[in-house]
Design a protein around this ligand. Structure first.
Ligand SMILES: Cc1cc2nc3c(=O)[nH]c(=O)nc-3n(C[C@H](O)[C@H](O)[C@H](O)COP(=O)(O)O)c2cc1C
Length: 201
């Protein structure tokens, strides 16, 4: 792992295949503690984490999400064989990952405004704060020699995720991270040039 800090930050890549080796609780606790050092709007810390390491909750989540996914694919008109194969892949991603973390947002402590413009901005601030914790979580996992990938499934099925895991009412699922010791080398990544994404003034 690179020791130069910039090199370290640049070397994080999404990892989607994992060894079966479990990740111990102390390691996960360090990762979560680092994630919670992210900046947040008004320091309200709206991030919440559901950490799944046991087979039962992973399996329950995969079943619940699978049922919704099946309905969506069927309404898209996909043939049954294609539905089966996509469902199998999506379920095994959850069940086979050593650790699954559902990153949620609890916006109940954010400021309240009477108008849509400022309420919307406040909501965006909470989402941005949670995303900052998500990146910090991935970098902390990387610092532990772990691989991770951010997935967005819960954004499409927040109610299903909450029901499967019996999450508190105010927790809004935003992302699902798969974490484990890497079992793949990521392919070379295409990056936009700095000129494409920057305006100097
Ligand atoms: C908001 C967000 C949503 C993502 N959703 C998915 C996803 O659903 N499935 C997936 O395999 N990767 C997902 N990714 C990972 C991206 O594909 C990945 O970060 C991107 O291709 C850049 O590669 P890198 O992470 O290796 O640098 C997501 C990343 C972000 C930030």
């Amino acid at each position: 792992m690179p020791t130069n800090l910039h090199e370290f930050l640049r070397s994080r890549r999404s990892i989607r295949r994992f060894q079966s080796q479990a990740v111990d609780r102390e390691t996960l606790t360090r990762i979560l503690a680092t994630a919670t050092r992210a900046p947040s709007a008004h320091n309200r810390q709206p991030w919440r984490f559901a950490v799944l390491t046991q087979p039962q909750p992973k399996s329950r989540l995969s079943e619940f999400l699978g049922a919704e996914f099946r309905r969506d694919l069927a309404s898209d008109g996909l043939p049954e064989a294609e539905i089966q194969s996509r469902l199998k892949r999506s379920k095994s991603r959850i069940v086979d990952a050593p650790v699954v973390i559902i990153l949620c947002m609890d916006a109940s402590e954010m400021d309240v405004y009477p108008d849509e413009k400022r309420s919307g901005a406040e909501q965006t601030m909470a989402i941005q704060s949670v995303a900052a914790a998500g990146l910090q979580l991935q970098l902390a996992a990387h610092a532990e020699g772990l691989g991770s990938v951010w997935t967005c499934g819960p954004l499409f099925s927040p109610k299903t995720v909450k029901a499967a895991l019996d999450l508190p009412e105010s927790w809004e699922p935003q992302a699902m991270f798969f974490i484990g010791y890497p079992a793949e080398e990521p392919r070379k990544k295409e990056l936009k040039t700095l000129d494409e994404v920057t305006q100097w003034m």
